[in-house]
Design a protein around this ligand. Structure first.
Ligand SMILES: [Zn+2]
Length: 463
């Protein structure tokens, strides 16, 4: 069985087959850098990071992401802050990059900023004009929807709905059709602008995506991703632009959309003014727990971040880490264990092959954990290798004990445990007990055995 993917364009789960059998070309809409990235970005980009890693098991992956570094909000914020649009965008792009590094989202291979692609954007608008699909009003160039009758094929509609991200359908009384959107915006006094064959101005929002993907991938590519609130009008607009220009369809063979994030019941959207930034999340939770929470939900479902979810995510990943530590102490796996791991591993990957069913894969993983926990000892190499394989995809477990500065990490705990052993050897028991109490406060249980000191994350009852 190969990989199967739900395609928003066909509304069906389909076999996944890239144009080039060895290479996947994927594009995911990047951020508009006018503010710190919010928790919804963390969810979307962590889930696509996992998806790219999973594709990477079978294919070479080119993962392209754009950065919108010019738009109305950037210009407005920069004016408020007394900065240039460029300075503001640079600042928030660096903050975004830093947030993604912290999360461990490393799969993007190419990043492209809108403003580095003005010639490509202008070329696309001019080709649309030549094809009779664009017209000029006093404030810029618009796409004429009547030139593309297939508009709406991705979303099944032509008009804005409440669940859409900021509609960004530019209003003008003289537009030919209500849904016509801006391709090139004429410069207003005091706004940054670029002097081009279209006159001084700046790109509309949708055109940068197709200009960038055409440059990197050509007129067609394999996979386009983004959050579900980008389907309309943004992704419809991309399809209209590129398919009109090239005369070829589909722009992308598979369209994948992630569900939205809620925090304690509220939709994560800036337009409602209730977003939590990744920066805020970083103060509350360590990055692996956050990744685990995102990955424990199917990418297409919406989810809610609550304290209960995060506590349970933390406990789940600690169970895996605990199992890994037990297995690391042992040599090769005995046959019975090897058989269980083989069956568990098969179930795990079968779930992921079924439209990246991460909850199904985790269910298979924990069923394996339960059966392995029945063995007193002798888990060994097969268990360890499989957990390493899982973590290469999820990056949600602290297996090597390197620690990442989020929760102090296991390296810090190892260090404390070693220090305590030294103090005990030196008969400095009061200091040793002090360390034990500090670790207990973090839910870490220490046991002194003939073979040395063992430690693990307790459930809370033991402490
Ligand atoms: Zn986009």
């Amino acid at each position: 069985m190969g990989l199967r993917v739900y395609n928003t364009l066909t509304r069906e789960v389909e076999d996944f087959a890239p144009q080039d059998p060895a290479l996947v070309r994927m594009f995911v809409c990047g951020p508009t850098v006018y503010d710190y990235s919010h928790a919804g970005h963390a969810k979307t980009y962590t889930q696509f990071d996992f998806i790219a890693r999973y594709l990477g098991r079978r294919y070479e992956v080119r993962y392209l992401q754009n950065v919108t570094d010019i738009d109305d909000k950037i210009i407005a914020r920069a004016a408020q802050a007394g900065q240039s649009a460029r300075e503001l965008a640079d600042y928030f792009q660096a903050a975004y990059d830093e947030d993604m590094r912290w999360l461990g989202n490393t799969a993007v291979t190419d990043t492209a900023r809108a403003l580095d692609h003005i010639p490509e954007i202008v070329s696309q608008v001019r080709r649309l004009i030549a094809a009779g699909a664009a017209y000029e009003l006093d404030d810029g160039w618009y796409f004429d929807l009547s030139a593309f009758p297939e508009y709406g094929k991705l979303s099944g509609r032509m008009t804005v709905a409440p669940e859409d991200s900021l509609s960004r359908i530019d209003e003008h009384h003289a537009k030919r059709n209500p849904g016509d959107f801006a391709l090139w915006k004429r410069a207003k006094p005091g706004e940054p602008s670029w002097d081009t064959q279209l006159g001084p101005g700046r790109p509309g929002w949708h055109i940068e995506d197709t200009a960038i993907t055409e440059k990197f991938f050509g007129a067609q590519y394999d996979l386009h991703g983004g959050a579900v609130d980008l389907i309309f009008p943004h992704h419809e607009a991309e399809i209209a632009q590129m398919e009109k220009i090239s005369g070829r369809a589909p722009l992308a063979r598979y369209w994948m959309h992630t569900g939205l994030l809620r925090i304690d019941g509220a939709k994560m959207a800036r337009s409602e003014g209730n977003f939590t930034t990744v920066r805020q999340l970083r103060q509350q939770w360590d990055r692996r727990t956050l990744r685990y929470a995102f990955i424990s939900h199917h990418y297409r479902s919406s989810m809610e971040v609550t304290d209960e979810l995060m506590d349970s995510a933390q406990a789940s990943r600690k169970r895996i880490e605990s199992l890994y530590r037990r297995a690391t102490a042992d040599g090769p796996s005995p046959d019975a264990v090897a058989r269980e791991v083989r069956a568990g591993r098969e179930a795990f990957f079968a779930a992921l092959d079924d439209d990246f069913d991460t909850p199904g894969a985790l269910a298979a993983l924990f069923s394996l954990v339960r059966s392995l926990n029945r063995h007193e000892s002798g888990l060994g190499a097969d268990v360890r290798d499989f957990l390493m394989e899982v973590d290469a995809l999820f990056d949600a477990f602290d297996l090597r004990g390197a620690g990442d500065g989020g929760d102090g990490g296991d390296a810090h705990i190892e260090e404390q445990v070693r220090l305590r052993a030294e103090l005990r050897a030196a008969r400095r028991f009061a200091e040793a007990d002090e360390i034990r109490a500090q670790l207990a406060a973090k839910g870490i249980i220490i046991e002194d055995t003939a073979g040395g000191t063992r430690w693990w994350y307790g459930t809370g009852q033991e402490a």
